[in-house]
Design a protein around this ligand. Structure first.
Ligand code: PLP
Length: 433
């Protein structure tokens, strides 16, 4: 059995704890063993003890091309050798990137840049309140749209809190929590009843078109179309939060794949292959309400918005997608992985469901396809923890939680997939003993 050395990581982690609560800068990073990472290269990441891992966490999704992709790195260096950030004005990079996004993403007549997915969803929701003059928002149990008060409720709820009032943090404003209504994913009746029970009050419905924050819960046929129709019927804006799906599943986002056009779209993560930039986009009539245009009445600002690093990285990432068969390649590897895991489960008689789309997959230790968050309560979380740990010891890096997803990038190879499959088979055999 492989055992990894983590002495240097442990030493550095104890130092990190002296300066930072918990030694990590985002809550979900606090997992055992606490690894200190030093290097990243393509499909691989390396820790302070020199252990190499095939990376499938992809930093929660951004790495669609792989770490430090040479073309993206080259374009970022080229950009910062001549430019950086301007307080007032517009850069050539911002214009080139805006043009690309508006050309590729069906709902994007116009686009504005910010720095994180949370900022993007905040702006989209505030805009929808201004446009409709209404206060309430619909989100789905298990969806994550960032850390701010508008949306940070009913994410990974405990079983007894599903669908109930479940704020994600102390210190949230009651009014924000109570104006966000929670529905069940893939349940159009629930959404319709919520619209009916709140007549003329719902400003917007925000949804991850694939529930990737709980792995890969796919919209059932007709669900996204149904949301589109209900929003139109009840005068609410439909916001697709494509912070994970955008650019990962298609250069036009999952809306292009599904053929459903929302009113507003939020994007981030794979947009710039790991560099910090995000965006909100939508119909011109809506976007022109932002006060970046004189006369607009919805505040939009940010010192670092449109920074050269993020815009150059995003242009390069989209150029890679325009010029190479990025999605065809990562989808093929995704299918190889999913089918390979299914075959292993069958050979070993393991009861598990392999979900996925394109380059993403999740192994749920439950029998049937989950259609919403409640279905995942049957998942064997303890088994997942042991499974992940044993894979980590063999150099496979997956997200720490039992209902999180794995990502394949343009830098992964068939050999990486086949090695991973071999490890999965070995680990499942061990766990069966
Ligand atoms: N929306 C979705 C769907 C996300 O998955 C995330 C982050 O994981 C966010 C919004 C928030 O993005 P950020 O972490 O960049 O603020």
């Amino acid at each position: 059995m492989a055992v990894i050395q983590t002495n240097k990581s442990a030493m550095l982690y104890s130092e990190a704890n002296q300066y930072t609560p918990g030694g990590v800068h985002t809550s979900i990073r606090n997992v055992d063993p606490h690894l200190i990472f030093t290097t990243a290269d393509g499909a691989y990441i390396y820790d302070a003890d020199g252990n190499r891992y095939i990376d499938y966490q992809a930093a929660f999704g951004p790495f669609v091309l792989g770490h430090r992709h040479p073309y993206v790195t080259e374009k970022v260096i080229e950009a910062i050798q001549r430019t950086d950030l301007f307080g007032v004005g517009t850069t050539d990079l911002e214009i080139r990137l805006s043009e690309k996004i508006c050309r590729h993403v069906p709902s994007a007549d116009m686009v504005l840049f910010c720095n994180s997915g949370s900022e993007a969803t905040y702006h989209a929701i505030r805009l929808s309140r201004a446009v409709t003059g209404r206060r309430k928002l619909i989100k789905f149990q298990g969806c994550y749209h960032g850390w701010h008060d508008y949306v940070a409720r009913n994410m990974l709820s405990a079983p007894d809190m599903i669908g109930k009032r479940d704020p994600g943090s102390a210190g949230m404003m009651d009014e924000a929590v109570d104006n966000t209504l929670v529905c069940t994913f893939n349940d159009l009746d629930d959404v319709e009843q919520t619209f009916k029970a709140n007549p003329g009050e719902i400003a917007a419905l925000i949804v991850e078109p694939i529930q990737h924050n709980i792995g890969c819960v796919l919209p059932q046929p007709g669900f996204l179309q149904g949301l589109r129709e209900l929003c139109t019927q009840y005068g609410a804006l439909l916001i697709f939060d494509e912070v994970i799906t955008g650019f990962r599943h298609d250069i036009g986002g999952f809306q292009k794949v599904a053929g459903i056009t929302p009113d507003l779209t939020t994007m981030g993560k794979a947009m710039a292959n790991g560099f910090p930039i995000a965006a909100v986009a939508g119909k011109q009539s809506l976007m022109e309400r932002f006060n970046t245009k004189p006369g607009g009445d919805v505040w939009f600002a940010g010192t670092y918005n449109g920074h050269a690093v993020g815009t150059a990285a995003s242009i390069a990432t989209l150029e890679m997608m325009e010029r190479h068969n990025v999605h065809e390649y990562i989808f093929r590897l995704g299918e190889r992985m999913r089918q390979g895991i299914r075959d292993i489960h069958q050979r070993l008689g393991i009861k598990a469901y392999v979900a996925g789309f394109g380059s993403v997959w999740t192994t749920y230790f439950l029998e049937n396809e989950p259609r919403n968050y409640t279905d995942l309560m049957q998942n064997d979380a303890e088994l997942y923890v042991a499974y992940r740990r044993k894979l980590l010891e063999r150099g496979i890096f997956k997200l720490p939680m039992n209902i999180k997803r794995n990502h394949i990038s343009f830098s992964h190879t068939e050999e990486d997939i086949d090695y991973t499959l071999q490890c999965i088979e070995d680990v499942l055999k061990e766990l069966k003993e």
